[in-house]
Design a protein around this ligand. Sequence first.
Ligand code: GDP
Length: 296
Amino acid sequence: MFESLSEKLSGIFDTLTRRGALTEADVNVALREVRRALLEADVALEVVRSFTDKVKAAAVGANVVKSVTPGQMVVKIVHDQLVEMLGTEAVPISLDSLPPVAILMVGLQGSGKTTTTAKIARRLTDKEKRKVLLASLDTRRPAAMEQLAVLAKQVGVDALPIVAGQSAVQIARRAMEAARLGGYDVVMLDTAGRVTIDEALMAEVAQVKAATDPHEVLLVADSLTGQDAVNTARAFDSRLGVTGIVLTRMDGDGRGGAALSMRAVTGKPIKLVGTGEKIDALEDFHPRRVANRILG
Ligand code: GDP
């Protein structure tokens, strides 16, 4: 992840650290390059603008400490601004509510929603010792319901039995009831996805949300789609109120535009990232670690 951006930025800062004193002109040249590198990484234009403005404001007014070179100082400022842009602290999934806690999984078809649902279920079961029930609400795609059932078996959690002919809201209500009766801690509701956002999908998920009062509404988005992932997140958030984002396919994302813009554009935290097809390929999103990785 972030390989290409990391390479470009380190090249820019290498030239800075080799110089003696740092002039405003040096900062301007470096920032122009940083701006270009971020745009090539597919970071949203508005985010790039505010980022470079903040770096510049901090760099120009900065008192250079004796122990570091002015170039190192700029790298530190860029690092701090990256951390801020990414959300500063990791934000874990919250289960801080009366059980059964509902987690609503939303997103476009193919984003990795069903796989991610199983990955999270595995993590909650193994690491947090929670009793988890999975339910697929994808009434239009029987194969998706089967897929969740297969994955549930694979990770060793229960899946709500499939009953043909029920609506998404009916399945969701049945899941909540089964969870109450069965003493489950968490119910994960895997909603239907579509290839593009449409009103029918949003209306259906909104109904499910109203019926289940989920503690988390997690949007799953494919990092490889770059700014489309960010726009998708914004659309889902404005209609449904998202509490967090899971970015999938980060294992194949050398650019990182979605990861870098998501928090700044949507105001919502990236809680987890998917880093592969395997069921344990799920990681927390730590802004500081990500910034360290980018700046090498
Ligand atoms: P859904 O339609 O949103 O439910 O998508 P699926 O969960 O069926 O995932 C679609 C494909 O993406 C599957 O082949 C998954 O194995 C794959 N996938 C999901 N998450 C990741 C990830 O983080 N990395 C990689 N490389 N593949 C993933």
